[in-house]
Design a protein around this ligand. Structure first.
Ligand SMILES: [Zn+2]
Length: 414
């Protein structure tokens, strides 16, 4: 900005070092009052002006446009009432032009920070915030037969509960906390009939979500999210792999086999290359991907068992074949598996029907993860939010449902 400042001082011959300038385009305008708004009389006595500097929209943000509007004030000679001229350019007592507001609102849906919007539209951040709060933070608040439960990290690093409609993928509601009483209180607002219509509730393996769902939706099936299951399985396998890897020396073949090709273990066994060997510089031999994996598994029996359980589960999930789980008694396997995998299987057993539904059902928490990613992006651009309702409005605007808080207060975006 200093070069611009020097330029201004140079062109205007200003030598004072304490003056700092910015280039503005100022248009002078007068708003006249043709008749008395109370009695329609034109017999008026002029009584000075009220000057308001209206911030106007501009294409070039480096040269903000201001309209210095002189509003005529009159005294009516017939009814003796005073009045000031008004225009639809700017509302009474406001200094922002009405055309700026929809522009700000549409910019707010673009995932930009409020500071950048304020700078581009020649406004203060507070004004942008005020435009934001003029929108309602209320959600869709209506649900059909399929629901998805989840949570995300928001204001003050606290977890908020989020519920989505499984079909339309619209946000039903976001609650400030994810505690059981709050969820119950929210859903008890709906009639028992509306709640009994719910057919499935998808969720991750949070310990009390199934309890909540069973209490609220008597006819609903609980569906554990299949992506979450895969994540739990791969994490359990990885932790065991690392644990076993550390038992070997760093120079040993076993260590190398378990370390660098870690991605191969997480691939589906059917997808591994079993036919064309390639020369591996690390192992100094011609190997296929299958060779590497099988050699690695030979290091430890527990690791091998864990690997095959993970693979069987992943195949069942891929084929949506819950019978495979029942048929092979995967959950009641007597083989020794890693500690964490044992824990995972216990959790699955605890939510047995939910897990089976998750494998066979078409519904998952995929839509919810999509929304969560969007929310994370919103929070990152703003460097976090302090105000919960501001965050909610931003999420709603990203969803592109612009709803006014009060009628006739502001504007609508098409
Ligand atoms: Zn009058």
């Amino acid at each position: 900005m200093s070069s611009l400042n020097d330029y201004i001082k140079f062109t205007l011959d200003i030598e004072d070092q304490n003056i700092n300038g910015k280039i503005y385009k100022i248009y002078l305008a007068e708003l006249i009052q043709p008749a008395c708004p109370y009695c329609r009389s034109t017999n008026l006595k002029h009584n000075g002006h009220y000057v308001s500097n209206v911030r106007f929209i501009t294409a070039d943000a480096s040269k903000p446009v201001t309209i210095r509007l002189r509003k005529q004030r009159v005294l009516c000679n017939d009814c003796l009432k005073r009045s000031m001229s008004q225009s639809n350019l700017v509302n009474k007592y406001y200094h922002i032009s009405n055309v700026s507001k929809p522009k700000v609102l549409s910019a707010l849906t673009e995932g930009r920070s409020m500071t950048s919007i304020a700078r581009a539209h020649n406004l203060s951040v507070n004004t942008v915030q005020r435009v934001l709060t003029s929108c309602s933070a209320k959600f869709y608040d209506d649900f059909d037969r399929f629901l998805a439960f989840g949570e995300f990290k928001g204001v003050g690093k606290k977890l908020h509960f989020i519920c989505l409609d499984g079909d339309t993928h619209k946000v039903v509601q976001i609650l400030r906390t994810r505690f059981k009483p709050d969820i119950l209180r929210y859903f008890y607002k709906f009639t028992p009939k509306a709640r009994s219509m719910v057919k499935t509730v998808t969720m991750d393996l949070n310990c009390y979500y199934p309890l909540v769902a069973r209490e609220l939706f008597p006819n609903a099936q609980i569906v554990i999210d299949r992506f979450h299951m895969v994540q739990m399985l791969t994490r359990s396998f990885n932790s065991l792999r690392v644990q076993i890897m550390k038992q070997f020396k760093k120079q040993s073949l076993e260590y190398k086999l378990l370390k660098s090709p870690w991605k191969l273990y997480l691939m589906k066994y059917d997808k591994l290359n079993k036919t064309t060997p390639y020369y591996d510089w690390l192992f100094k031999d011609y190997l296929t991907q299958e060779h590497v994996v099988l050699d690695g598994l030979e290091c430890n029996k527990t690791l091998e068992n864990t690997y095959w359980i993970m693979q069987d589960f992943m195949t069942a999930i891929q084929n949506k074949d819950e019978k495979q789980i029942i048929h092979f008694h995967l959950l009641n396997s007597k083989q020794t598996v890693g500690k964490q995998m044992h824990q995972t299987l216990l959790t699955f057993k605890h939510n047995y029907t939910g897990v089976l539904n998750g494998i066979s059902s078409n519904y998952s928490n995929g839509c919810l993860e999509g929304i969560n990613r969007k929310i994370k992006q919103i929070e990152r651009t703003a460097c976090g939010y302090n105000n919960f309702s501001h965050l909610l409005i931003r999420i709603r605007l990203e969803e592109n449902i612009v709803k006014e808080k009060e009628p006739n207060n502001y504007f609508l975006v098409a």
